[in-house]
Design a protein around this ligand. Structure first.
Ligand SMILES: Cc1ncc(COP(=O)(O)O)c(C=O)c1O
Length: 382
């Protein structure tokens, strides 16, 4: 039997991780500026996290939502004090796409409407509703095609206004910072306007903070730079540091109807123990502040470097756009300098490191990037 190979893996076997580093089966150490795709929030193999997981595993790994689960309440209490949404309730699921799926369903149940407004270059996941709301047509199968989703350019007030005036939209969904679409930051002023416009038109505002959330941007949620509140916030990826876990935060105006939403695994004991441990570490180690500090340092240094067309992002969610496809540059960083990075499309290198990154590690990246860019320039000239 073989894998159904929908990925293009590097020929590297990662077998161990410590804080911001991962190690392959030959013992080579790599600086991880990719965080396993924005998932490793508090660093690899954090001892406190490991201990909490082991303790929970010894007690109980799983029981269903048919009983009261104290681990859920412990997690939610911690979330309440950190996230800026203390009066919201929480529905726990397993993956980002599932969170988005439930957010849009809830918006539709609540408003009785079925249309969704999304933004160009948006990515919200691979399940049916999430993929329809993603501006990546190649990811959509014929069965996912519908006229329910309209895309408008990010930050385009006129286009949004024209659509919302129809008063047919259940939801507007936006990413705190667009990830797969190339690290595009919505204007704070646009988000403030969008918030008001959604309220005026009876449309639910859904913030997808799956990649930009939980501290990565230097705020707990990236949209908090605009000082707004969404009606539903979707989170996933780093919230349990690699253990599959996701959630939606739900405004008190939504009525919880028994049986309307549901999941087998969502909010299980082990997942909640993992997510609680992440919040403890984030608070104890001031990781939101660290993301802002080291991210600002890194963005400033990258902006002063010649050869990069544009540096975008906030905190430790950074995109470097080049005038050329970055495949070779990314491979050089990986194989010559042992640094993992991500990409968006063809010309953007994406940085999504653990939020524990230090300025020294940021300096290591900058010096490797300079050398790798020099090497590529020389090879093009030859
Ligand atoms: C902004 C955003 N939304 C949703 C998703 C989907 O999350 P998952 O892969 O956990 O389903 C992703 C994943 O990359 C994402 O970046």
């Amino acid at each position: 039997m073989d894998m159904f190979q929908v990925y293009q893996p590097f020929d590297i076997r990662i077998v161990k991780g410590v804080r911001c580093y991962v190690f392959d089966d030959k013992g080579t150490r790599y600086l991880d500026l990719y965080g396993g795709h924005a998932v490793i929030q508090i660093g690899h193999s954090h001892p406190y996290y490991n201990q909490k997981m082991i303790e929970q595993l010894h007690r109980l790994a799983f029981y269903s939502n048919s009983v009261i689960n104290e681990e859920q309440h412990k997690f939610i209490k911690k979330l309440e004090t950190q996230c800026g949404y203390p009066d919201y309730s929480v529905f726990l699921v397993n993956s980002g796409a599932e969170a988005v799926e439930n957010a849009l369903k809830l918006a539709s149940f609540h408003t009785g409407r079925k249309r969704v407004l999304a933004f160009r270059k948006a990515f919200h996941g691979r399940t049916s509703l999430a993929v329809q709301a993603s501006d990546f047509p190649a990811f959509r199968a014929p069965i996912n095609q519908s006229d329910n989703v309209t895309f408008v350019p990010l930050n385009d007030r006129e286009a949004v206004q024209e659509e919302l005036a129809k008063e047919e939209y259940a939801a507007v969904i936006f990413e705190g910072i667009q990830g797969l679409g190339g690290i595009n930051v919505p204007d704070d002023g646009f988000l403030r306007w969008l918030r008001e416009e959604c309220t005026r038109r009876g449309t639910v505002l859904v913030a997808d903070e799956i990649q930009s959330g939980y501290g990565r941007s230097g705020r707990f949620f990236a949209h908090q730079y605009a000082h707004i509140k969404a009606d539903i916030v979707a989170v996933a990826k780093g919230i349990a540091n690699g253990f599959p876990m996701a959630a939606i935060l739900v405004h008190p105006m939504f009525k919880a109807v028994k049986g309307q939403l549901g999941t087998t695994f969502g909010g299980n004991h082990l997942a909640c123990a993992a997510a609680s441990a992440v919040l403890d570490v984030m608070q104890d180690e001031h990781l939101v502040e660290n993301a802002e500090k080291v991210g600002t340092y890194l963005i400033h240094a990258l902006k002063t470097m010649p050869g990069i067309r544009e540096v975008r992002g906030r905190g430790l969610m950074i995109g470097l756009e080049f005038d050329f496809p970055v495949k070779q540059l990314r491979e050089s960083l990986l194989y010559d300098y042992h640094i993992f990075t991500g990409i968006s499309g063809t010309n953007v290198i994406r940085l999504l490191p653990p939020l524990t990154l230090t300025t020294e590690q940021a300096d290591d990246f900058i010096s490797a990037l300079k050398k790798a860019m020099e090497q590529i320039k020389t090879s093009i000239q030859q």
